[in-house]
Design a protein around this ligand. Structure first.
Ligand code: SF4
Length: 369
């Protein structure tokens, strides 16, 4: 089975290093009172954001939108600086990536036509930056030594308790406006922890200059979400080009960070072996000798809800989301997802396992899904 790519994407095409400037910023009262919120506000002003509205309270009004394309684009251009509900800081397990989900923000300014957030976010897709970062980081001590994902996995021995910062956002897409990832990296690098820990983040952006000099102590693993050229060009609008992400991967590895590849979403497009093979070759060339490298492989899948949302967001997309060409998997609570058929999965898996072992012999493959 192959997935042909023929028509132009409907989202903006990738270009060189991207720095998002939101058209509109909303700041809740509690967010403006937090020290980190004030630091973000200063960065937003320095970045030349003109439309910053300080709200009298903590409710974000006027964000319902009417579901049309203009409302969607307006939401994608809006950043809200908020304090999240306390429940968000009671961390949840997030297998298979990490022991705990640790959110710096929710939402992303990019336009991936398969976006993972489509099935999990409700309401208009504005980007919410969480202003309680200082307290949230201080609260992580309680989780050290707990968690079940990393422990017991031979491939992940030594990582300690892991915290995933990219579940609901792309932190590097926002970093020039927030500095939040750098703050978290330095906290992980310099805090006196009760045991081994690791912060994890994954990105489709390349703006890593602000991370290279940080005192990371090897406690942050920066992963780059990479894909075959035709997939990235067609479906990953407003992200950094793959070549720039690979260069950024090489730069952070050179700065001593443990790094990773998030190969996702893997799609059996025409000539997929050739395209993915070239991608892995380019990664091998970019990495310094001795790099601590992991690989996570995630094949494309969709749910009824994510398909509906994505077709709403990108009505002209050529992304294959044809239930007839997929196998249905049911989750514990009756949830449905459409994945590639068993034969396609085995063909992909077998090729990737061999290709990764050949081209990146020191990499540890963490999981395939
Ligand atoms: Fe969604 Fe990630 Fe793409 Fe952002 S970079 S649009 S979060 S898939």
């Amino acid at each position: 089975m192959t997935t042909a790519l023929a028509a132009p994407a409907t989202a903006p095409a990738p270009s060189a290093t991207r720095r998002w400037t939101p058209s509109r910023v909303l700041v809740t009262r509690s967010a403006a009172e937090r020290p980190y919120g004030q630091r973000v506000l200063a960065r937003l002003e320095a970045a030349g954001v003109n439309d910053i509205e300080l709200l009298r309270g903590d409710r974000l009004a006027n964000l319902r939108g009417d579901g049309d394309r203009a409302a969607f684009m307006a939401a994608k251009q809006t950043l809200a600086l908020v304090v999240p509900p306390a429940s968000l800081r009671r961390l949840q397990p997030i297998a298979p990536s990490a022991d705990w989900r640790f959110d710096l923000a929710q939402g992303c300014p990019a336009h991936c036509q398969y976006c993972y957030l489509a099935g999990s976010l409700s309401g208009p897709p504005i980007t919410r930056v969480y202003a309680d970062l200082d307290e949230a980081l201080a609260g992580l001590d309680a989780y050290v030594g707990h968690g079940t994902v990393t422990s017991g996995s031979a491939a992940r021995a030594g990582e300690g308790t892991t915290f995933e910062a990219s579940c609901y956002t792309d932190p590097l897409a926002l970093e020039h406006l927030t500095g939040g990832l750098a703050t978290a990296v330095e906290h992980f690098g310099t805090h006196d922890w009760a045991g081994p820990v690791q912060l994890r983040a994954t990105t489709k952006f390349d703006d890593v200059a602000g991370l290279l000099e940080l005192a990371h102590a090897g406690r942050t693993r920066l992963r780059f979400s990479l894909n075959a050229g035709p997939v990235a060009q067609r479906f990953e609008g407003a992200t950094s080009p793959v070549a720039a992400r690979i260069a950024a991967l090489g730069a952070v590895a050179g700065a001593g960070y443990p790094v990773g590849l998030t190969l996702a979403p893997i799609m059996p497009v025409d000539d997929w072996r050739e395209h993915y093979g070239r991608l892995l070759d380019d990664v091998a060339t970019a990495l310094p000798a001795g790099t601590d490298l992991t690989v996570e492989c995630i094949t494309h899948r969709f749910t009824p809800g994510s398909k509906e949302t994505l077709l709403d967001w990108y009505p002209r997309t050529r992304l294959e989301m044809d239930e007839e060409r997929r196998t249905t998997k049911r989750g514990k609570f009756g949830s449905v997802k459409h994945v590639y058929p068993r034969e396609t999965m085995s063909e992909l898996r077998s090729w990737f396992e061999t290709a990764i072992a050949d081209r990146l012999p020191h990499a540890r493959l963490l999981y395939w899904t």
